[in-house]
Design a protein around this ligand. Structure first.
Ligand SMILES: [Zn+2]
Length: 384
């Protein structure tokens, strides 16, 4: 049993700041109160106690080709099967992949991340490699697999069905790349089976303007409309919404992940965070391909904070920005699979304790803190 004493705690899903102590027993928060004190006292002297980070969208496999292909277009970089990334993955040795993924996971642990949602390439083998790589690291990968049988204009649906069941036997869900690569029939088979098994279905949509235009031309629907019509739990990017796309998402059961740094690297646009937040949406935020970005959420937060000022000539609410990287996931059904918690009595303890530089605890983290300013990371897997 121990007490985190004298911290500024960011409590609940809304990260409400209050100066209180947290008593922890067996990795559970048993009391939060001003003068609660039990067991060993960890006096953090005004430091900020924030729920740990969840990286909402990643491709950890391309850790093997950091910064390769810089300057190429989105499809030249990442479109299956001929993008720079897929050629590199096809030629990589297993040991090389495992070592690169481990190194990225340790980067995440050190920078305060306890969960990440990964789009895992390479079918069943790819999923097994990530499980092997993560087994001794205090982080929880949420693995969304895929299979080569999904692709093409006329896929063998019997093979697709088999592949879906095989993947869901060992993964947390399924994420094909995008509607450019799969038919709606395949999309439907994926989402139906995921929903039946209580797992996560996710897909990239509206990453680039050209994806959206092509979808409108071919199907008279935006990629976002297709994602919603096919009942995907999670839509990644929505950087280029059209018409009433954002409104449709807000009124749906689907959740959204935005990736501002990846969008900037690939110059495909700026995700409209302020509008989404004003509409009451609760997006997650992710660093996307490790080939494009470091998986460090502190870098994602600072970049997004400043980018919104430039884009809107107005400010983003830093508390809401921080919720995107920490507690927004708790509001969505997918958290049944993910199991992320906020700081409340009865929950597991999963927090980072940041050195305090400023009176605004949210800007302190988003605008000031670097990895070296994390005094402690405390979660059920470890106290680092
Ligand atoms: Zn992605």
């Amino acid at each position: 049993m121990f007490t985190i004493a004298n911290g500024i705690i960011l409590k609940g899903q809304d990260l409400v700041a209050s100066k209180e102590n947290i008593v922890v027993d067996d990795a559970k928060i048993i009391e939060i109160a001003k003068d609660a004190k039990e067991g060993k006292i960890i006096d953090v002297d005004g430091a900020v106690v924030c729920p740990s980070f969840i990286n909402g969208h990643m491709h950890i496999g391309d850790s093997i080709i950091k910064d390769e292909g810089y300057g190429l277009s989105l499809s030249e970089m990442v479109k299956p099967p001929n993008g720079v990334k897929h050629k590199a993955l096809a030629n990589a040795e297993d040991d090389e992949l495992i070592e690169a993924m481990k190194s990225s996971m340790w980067d995440m642990v050190e920078s305060g991340t306890t969960h990440f949602i990964d789009y895992r390439e390479g079918g069943i083998k790819g999923i097994k490699l990530l499980k092997e790589a993560s087994k001794d690291i205090p982080i929880k990968p949420i693995i969304l697999g895929r299979d080569d049988n999904f692709y093409g204009d006329d896929p063998d649906l019997a093979k697709v069905k088999k592949a879906i069941k095989r993947i869901l036997g060992i993964a947390d869900g399924i994420a094909p790349s995008g509607f450019g690569e799969i038919t709606e029939e395949v999309a439907n088979l994926i989402t139906e089976e995921c929903s039946k098994q209580g797992k996560i279905s996710s897909i990239h949509v509206a990453e680039s303007e050209s994806n959206q235009m092509e979808s409108l031309e071919r199907f008279n629907k935006t990629e976002i409309e297709k994602g919603l019509d096919n009942n995907f739990d999670q839509l990644v990017h929505i950087t280029n919404p059209k018409n009433d796309d954002l409104e449709l998402i807000r009124n749906s059961q689907s959740n959204v992940v935005v990736c501002p740094r990846a969008n900037a690297t690939l110059n495909v646009g700026v995700a409209r965070l302020n509008e989404m937040l004003d509409m009451g949406m609760k997006p997650l935020i992710g660093s996307d391909n490790v080939m494009l970005n470091s998986p460090n959420m502190l870098r994602e937060l600072e970049f997004s904070l400043k980018l919104m000022s430039v884009y809107y000539k107005s400010y983003i609410d830093p508390a809401k920005l921080l919720q995107m990287a920490t507690t927004n996931v708790c509001a969505h059904n997918i958290n049944n699979v993910i199991g992320k918690s906020c700081i409340e009595e009865g929950n597991s303890i999963e927090c980072n304790i940041f050195k305090s530089f400023s009176k605004n605890p949210y800007l302190n983290i988003c605008n000031r803190c670097e990895t070296k300013n994390i005094l402690y990371s405390i979660n059920k897997r470890s106290i680092v």
